[in-house]
Design a protein around this ligand. Structure first.
Ligand SMILES: O=C(O)CCC(=O)C(=O)O
Ligand SMILES: [Fe+2]
Length: 353
C-alpha cells in the first residue's frame, strides 16, 4: 500500500467497506414503451412504466434505464475522447483550469464535505452561451455568461461533447415528462423551467488509488439539480445510500444502461414525495474508472418551490422558495476550497415543522 496525501483521507466513519455486498440493486427500468421505433405507445405499457419510475423515485431516488434511445456510438465516441483528454499532459489540461472566474473546464482538487476527492474532472455547459447571476448576492441582479473552455490539442472533444449533450438532453426531457406523470402532473409540467437550462456535463476520471480503503473518488453527497443522467464504465464504484436502512449499496455496472437519480430540486418540486439520495464513488487500487454525469438543471432565474398542485392545507409546502442561480453560484464558489462552514443545502430552505 502506498502513501496518500492526508487531504484525501476520509474520517473513519466515511471510509468505504470495499467488501462485496450481495444486495438487490437499484431498479432496472426498460424505456422501450416510449422509445419504440414505430412510436406506437401502448397506454397500458406507458402506465406501467410511469408506475415503475414513480416507485423507484420514491423507494430509492435512483434507477437504471435501458432502451433509452441514446445512440451507443455517440456514447462510445465521447468516452474515448474523455480518455484521450485525461491522457493529455498535465500542462495542457491546466491551460483550461477551472477557477473562481472561469468556472468550467479542468479541475483536479475538488473537495466534497471538506475532504479532497480522488479524481480529475472536466465540466462543460449544455447551452452555450449559458446565463448565470454574476454573484450569489441576492441583491445583485447582474447576469454573466459562463463560457466553456476546450483543449486546443483535442479539437474533436468539443464536437463529440456537443453531439452527446444533444442526445442525452432528449432522454433527460423524456424522463422529466415521465416523472411529472408519476406525480399526477401533466407530462410537460416541468418543460418551461428548462428553456434556458443551466445543465452541465462532467467527465470524471478516477485514477487507480493506492489506498482505496481510506479515500473516495467522490465523497458522499446529493446532486443539487433536478435530475442526473449518469453513464459509468464497467469498473464499478458508484454506491447509493439505501433509504430502507442507510446501507451503502454498490450500483453494478449494466451494459448500455444509464443511471438516473433524483436531485434536490425534484425533491423540493415533489414536496418530499421523492428524495434526493446520498451517493459516493469508491476507487480501485488497480483500475482507473470513468463516468459521465449530465446534471439536468433549470434556468438560473427559476424560483424553486413545491408544485402548488402537490400542496394543500393538509399537505403544506415543506420548503421556502429559493433562487436556483444564486444557489448554484454559491455552491460553485465554495467548491474551490476547503471551507469551515457547510456548503449551502436545500435543507436550509426547509420550513420548520
Ligand atoms: O462517478 C460516479 O459514479 C458518480 C459521480 C457523481 O456522483 C457526481 O459527479 O456527482
Ligand atoms: Fe453525484
Amino acid at each position: 500500500m502506498g502513501e496518500i496525501n492526508p487531504a484525501f483521507i476520509q474520517d473513519p466513519e466515511h471510509r468505504p467497506k470495499l467488501s462485496i455486498i450481495e444486495a438487490d440493486g437499484i431498479p432496472l427500468i426498460d424505456l422501450s414503451p416510449v422509445n419504440s421505433a414505430d412510436n406506437s405507445s401502448d397506454p397500458k405499457a406507458l402506465e406501467k412504466l410511469v408506475r415503475e419510475i414513480g416507485n423507484a423515485c420514491k423507494d430509492w431516488g435512483f434507477f437504471q434505464v435501458i432502451n433509452h434511445g441514446v445512440q451507443l456510438d455517440t456514447l462510445g465516441k465521447t468516452e474515448a475522447a474523455a480518455r484521450k483528454f485525461f491522457d493529455l499532459p498535465s500542462e495542457e489540461k491546466r491551460r483550461i483550469w477551472r477557477d473562481e472566474k472561469s468556472v468550467l473546464g479542468y479541475y483536479d482538487t475538488e473537495h466534497t464535505k471538506n475532504v479532497r476527492d480522488w479524481k480529475e474532472v472536466f465540466d462543460f455547459t449544455v447551452e452555450e452561451p449559458m446565463l448565470m447571476p454574476v454573484s450569489a448576492d441576492p441583491e445583485d441582479n447582474e447576469e454573466i455568461e459562463w463560457t466553456n473552455q476546450w483543449p486546443e490539442q483535442l479539437p474533436e472533444l468539443r464536437v463529440l461533447c456537443d453531439e452527446y449533450a444533444r442526445e442525452v438532453e432528449k432522454l433527460a426531457l423524456k424522463l422529466l415528462g415521465l416523472i411529472a406523470l408519476s406525480l399526477g402532473l401533466p407530462e410537460n409540467r416541468f418543460n418551461s423551467y428548462f428553456k434556458d437550462q443551466t445543465s452541465f456535463i462532467r467527465l470524471n476520471h478516477y485514477p487507480p488509488c493506492p489506498s482505496p480503503q481510506l479515500a473516495l473518488g467522490v465523497g458522499r453527497h446529493k446532486d443539487s439539480g433536478a435530475l442526473t443522467v449518469l453513464s459509468q464504465d464497467d469498473v464499478g464504484g458508484l454506491e447509493v445510500k439505501r433509504k430502507a436502512d442507510g446501507e451503502w449499496i454498490p450500483v453494478k455496472p449494466t451494459s448500455n444502461a444509464y443511471i438516473i437519480n433524483v436531485g434536490d430540486i425534484l425533491q423540493v418540486w415533489s414536496n418530499d414525495r421523492y428524495e434526493s439520495v446520498e451517493h459516493r464513488a469508491v476507487v480501485n487500487a488497480e483500475k482507473e474508472r470513468f463516468s459521465i454525469p449530465f446534471f439536468v438543471n433549470p434556468a438560473h432565474y427559476t424560483v424553486v418551490t413545491p408544485m402548488e398542485e402537490l400542496t394543500d392545507e393538509q399537505n403544506p409546502a415543506k420548503y421556502k422558495p429559493y433562487n436556483w442561480g444564486k444557489f448554484l453560484s454559491h455552491r460553485k464558489l465554495t467548491n474551490f476550497k476547503k471551507h469551515s462552514a457547510e456548503n449551502i443545502q436545500v435543507s436550509h430552505f426547509r420550513v420548520e415543522e
